[in-house]
Write a protein that binds this ligand. Structure first.
Ligand code: ZN
Length: 190
């Protein structure tokens, strides 16, 4: 199997939402999302987030050093959402779930770096927005989301302990409801 290529485009959360509405999931359609953190590099090691050059470096790493066919689908930092492996083909990120799940990498080492303040909070907001979009477009229940560390075939404590699954799911759900406010208004009784 050849390298699957990368999209290498960055989006704001709202641009990413528009982008996802242009994609057709015909050949491969994911059943859930797996959340990761990069750990190395940490947020501190990437003071300006991930640049186009960093994304190219990651492509070289996965393709030429790891000899994988793809990588994660998204890299989310405090500024943007980078699309890496195309969202409508399977990627490589969690041994048990590559064939069935989208992989999202968050920039940061959330074993040590905060996920509820500063740049970590910005990463969290961007990833919640991206997940709300993907759940809506693909018809996925946010509760099906898994953390990489839940994969029985991995030894990685990924993402770090500051990423609490139920909190993330709740925020994705809240955002999905908020985005559709007014679309299905609760009508007052006459
Ligand atoms: Zn991981």
């Amino acid at each position: 199997m050849p390298w699957k290529g990368i999209v290498a485009k960055s989006f704001s959360a709202s641009e990413f939402d528009a982008y996802c509405h242009t994609i057709a999931w015909t050949a491969w359609r994911p059943s859930f999302i797996v959340l990761h953190n990069t750990a190395i590099p940490s947020l501190a090691q990437r003071p300006d987030g991930l640049t186009r050059q960093h994304i190219s470096g990651l492509e070289v790493f996965y393709r030429d050093e790891q000899k994988w066919f793809g990588g994660p689908h998204l890299f989310v930092d405090d500024k943007q959402v980078w699309v890496f492996t195309p969202l409508n083909v399977s990627g490589t990120h969690s041994p048990s779930w590559n064939k069935v799940a989208l992989g999202i990498e968050m920039l940061g080492d959330f074993e040590k770096e905060p996920f509820d303040s500063g740049r970590g909070l910005s990463v969290r907001k961007n990833v919640v927005a991206a997940m709300a979009t993907l759940c809506a477009v693909l018809g996925l229940d946010p509760h099906t989301m898994r953390l990489h560390r839940e994969d029985p075939a991995t030894t990685h404590a990924c993402p770090g302990k500051n990423v609490r699954k139920l909190e993330v799911i709740q925020q994705v759900q809240d955002l999905m409801i908020a985005r559709h406010n007014g679309e299905h208004p609760i009508k007052p009784l006459p």
